[in-house]
Design a protein around this ligand. Sequence first.
Ligand code: NCD
Ligand code: ZN
Length: 358
Amino acid sequence: MALEKLNGVELPAAADMHVHLRDGDMTKLVIPTIRRGGVNTVFVMPNLVPPITTVHHALDYKERLQALEPNVTFLMSLYLHPNISPETVIEAKQKGVTGIKSYPHGVTTHSDHGVMSYEPFFPVFAEMERQDMVLNLHGELPPSVGEDVTVLNAEEAFLPTLLDLHKRFPKLRIILEHCTSAAALKAVQSCGPTVAATITAHHLFMIVDDWAGDPHCFCKPVAKLPSDRRALLKAVVSGDSKFFFGTDSAPHPATSKRGEKFAAGVFTQPHAVGLVIDALEMGIETGVLTADDVTEEKLANFLSHYGRSFYKVADERNERIILSKPAKPIEEILKTEDGKIEVVPFRRGRMSWDAIWK
Ligand code: NCD
Ligand code: ZN
């Protein structure tokens, strides 16, 4: 095992800065998997239908999540939408909503209400900058007829928009969510300290060949080329505070993965921390990284400290997890008690590292 040295190592509990927890029975199924994955703080992107665009709804949703799991800190976001005005931003800040997430129109799950153009939102962004709120960007350019934009280059094609927003609102904290390409990492690096990016566990494993043919590996943005995967693995152990953990765990009922047009989203929550260690091991085994690249300090920073510090949230729970080498495989399926909803986890049946609560 390439990272045997991590067995028994203690880390601060992870902060997962990009999760989808859904509603109703699906939420009840998913919520206990947050702590199972070694995580005690999550940034929630509700992505519900209809989208959450008011502070009242966001807080109501948060209360429901908190009632189901009192031992997790839930940081909340609104869905960027014409309903949101500068006044909404002021109210959101006052009442403890952390960020606003932008989904470009039509690029991912539930993005029918997404953004067509950023310009109408400039007054909202200006107020967010004044209020020191976080703008979370799903960074993909929607496909448009006649243009050479596909799932493969939609992220790269979005990067000029990221740079433009940063230039217009230099103090606005912006996160390029779930970045998947070497080009995106480079663009984020070229920005000032107010711009950061989340990296998922699944994008450390996958390339195009993995999702072409397997709906459980299909998510947006899609995994890209081996060179992009190499760049992501290196970013995790780079020690650069611009890059931190956000799983983008996105559970979908197995039925909507079996349909003719399957839903985008990969479910990684139950093994959030373990999968990162698994991926780094794969990186070592394939010669992308060395075991020396992976240190306790870099893991603690990527998984816990950098995200909290970008979001300016204290580690109020002050809990620790212990890494334990793979002892059992990832479950094939998770089911609600009544068996009505089934969700298939990423890398089902494979061995994965465990995060045990101290
Ligand atoms: C997410 C979902 O299912 O809510 N899907 C995904 O493929 N990542 C939405 C999103 O973050 O794009
Ligand atoms: Zn997401």
